[in-house]
Write a protein that binds this ligand. Structure first.
Ligand code: MRU
Length: 352
C-alpha cells in the first residue's frame, strides 16, 4: 500500500533543540507552528490543546523530557533524572485521561535512569523511537482494520484520530485512509465533536488535505444516520483501554456506540498498545478530564448562552467493552474484547 498517498499532515516537528507543534486551536483556517524551547512550553501546549490526541500528547511529552534535560549539567542519567524530576512530573500531569502521556513519560524515565555518560543522546533517541514506532503501528493497524471492512462500506468516525492526533497516518482515521486506498470504504461521515469541534475543525480538514471526501454531521445526527443504513461501521480511537476492554474516548463516543449497537452497526476501536492500560481494571477507574465550561458557553470569543447558566464539561466518556466488536492494535485484532482476551494479548498485571 502507498501509505504516503493519503497522508500529508504532520503536527509534531522535532528540530533538535526545540519542538514545533502545529497549533490545532487555529485550524482549519490558520496553519501555524508553536515553537517550544522548554518543557514548560510543551506542558502548556498539551494543556491548552495546541497538541492533542492521545499518541501525539505522548510523543510531545517525550520530547518535552529531552528539552527539560537541556538545561541540566549531570554526569549520569540517574543524576539528570533527579534534577529534572519536578519538570517531568509537570509534563506527566498536563492532561489526565490519555494514558499514552504517562506511558511515554514512564518510558523516558526508565531510559534516563539507566543511562550513563551518553544520557542526552539516549533520551533523544528514545523520544525519536516513540515517534517512529507510533507511525509504524498506525500503518499496521490501518491495514488490519481495513481488512475487517466489506467492500464499499460506509463508516462514521468521531473526534480527530488522524495524523493530527498521532505521529502520522492516524488510528481510526488510519483505518479509514487504508480502507479508502484498498477500495473497502465508499462513504465517510465525521461527527462534529462538540464542544471543541475536533471533527468539524480537524478531521474533515485533514481528510480534505488528503483528497478523501467526507461528510460532516452534527453529533446528535449519529443515531439517525445509523438507522438510515448508510454506515456499517463506527470507527473510533481511544485515550485509554482498560484490562477488561472498556474504552475511554472523546465525549460522545459512548452515545454513538449505543446507537450503533441498537442499529446493528459494528464498532471498531483502533489504538496502539501504548493506549492499553492493563493496570486499570475497568472504566470506572479512569479519571475523566473536566474542562472549562467556557467551551460550552462560548462560540469562539462570543458568549452564546445566557449569563448565569452553569455548564458541565466532561470531555471523555467510557464505552463498555460489551459494545466493542473489534479492538485493533498493532498486535492484531481482538474481537469482542474481554478481560481474558486482553490479558492474552497484553499480559496480565499482578496486583502485588
Ligand atoms: O481532547 P482530545 O482532542 O485530545 O481527544 C482526542 C480523542 O479523544 C481521540 O479520539 C483519541 O485521543 C485517539 S487519537 C488517535
Amino acid at each position: 500500500m502507498d501509505f504516503d498517498r493519503y497522508d500529508h499532515v504532520r503536527p509534531i516537528r522535532w528540530q533538535g533543540d526545540r519542538l514545533d507543534l502545529l497549533d490545532q486551536r487555529l485550524l482549519p483556517f490558520t496553519v501555524e507552528f508553536v515553537p517550544c524551547v522548554d518543557e514548560r512550553a510543551v506542558a502548556s501546549a498539551i494543556r491548552d490543546l495546541v497538541v492533542r490526541g492521545a499518541p501525539a500528547i505522548g510523543i510531545a511529552a517525550a520530547y518535552g523530557v529531552v528539552l527539560a534535560a537541556r538545561a541540566v549539567d549531570a554526569a549520569s542519567g540517574a543524576e539528570a533524572a533527579e534534577k529534572i524530576r519536578a519538570a517531568i512530573d509537570e509534563l506527566n500531569a498536563s492532561r489526565p485521561t490519555a494514558v499514552n502521556l504517562m506511558w511515554a513519560i514512564a518510558r523516558m524515565r526508565r531510559v534516563l535512569a539507566a543511562a550513563g555518560g551518553d544520557w542526552r543522546a539516549d533520551i533523544e533517541r528514545e523520544a525519536r523511537a516513540i515517534e517512529a514506532e507510533d507511525l509504524a503501528a498506525n500503518r499496521r493497524m490501518g491495514v488490519l482494520g481495513a481488512e475487517l471492512l466489506a467492500p464499499a462500506s460506509g463508516v462514521l468516525t468521531h473526534c480527530n484520530t488522524g495524523s493530527l492526533a498521532t505521529a502520522g497516518f492516524g488510528t481510526a482515521l488510519g483505518v479509514i485512509r487504508a480502507g479508502v486506498a484498498l477500495g473497502r470504504i465508499e462513504r465517510v461521515f465525521a461527527s462534529e465533536t462538540r464542544p471543541w469541534l475536533q471533527g468539524a475543525r480537524l478531521t474533515v480538514w485533514e481528510l480534505r488535505e488528503d483528497g478523501i471526501p467526507a461528510t460532516l454531521i452534527a453529533d446528535g445526527a449519529g443515531a439517525h444516520l445509523m438507522k438510515s443504513g448508510a454506515v456499517q461501521w463506527l470507527i473510533v480511537g481511544a485515550d485509554r483501554i482498560c484490562a477488561n476492554g472498556d474504552v475511554a474516548n472523546k465525549i460522545g463516543t459512548y452515545a454513538h456506540a449505543i446507537a450503533a449497537h441498537h442499529h446493528g452497526v459494528k464498532v471498531m476501536v483502533v489504538a496502539p498498545s501504548s493506549t492499553v492500560d492493563m493496570a486499570t481494571a475497568t472504566g470506572a477507574g479512569i479519571e475523566i478530564e473536566l474542562r472549562d465550561p467556557r467551551e460550552l458557553l462560548y462560540s469562539g470569543d462570543r458568549r452564546v448562552v445566557a449569563e448565569g447558566v452553569a455548564a458541565w464539561n466532561p470531555v471523555f466518556d467510557v464505552t463498555p467493552a460489551g459494545l466493542v466488536d473489534g479492538l485493533v492494535t498493532e498486535r492484531g485484532v481482538v474481537e469482542a474484547p474481554d478481560a481474558g482476551k486482553m490479558a492474552a494479548v497484553f499480559g496480565a498485571v499482578s496486583s502485588a
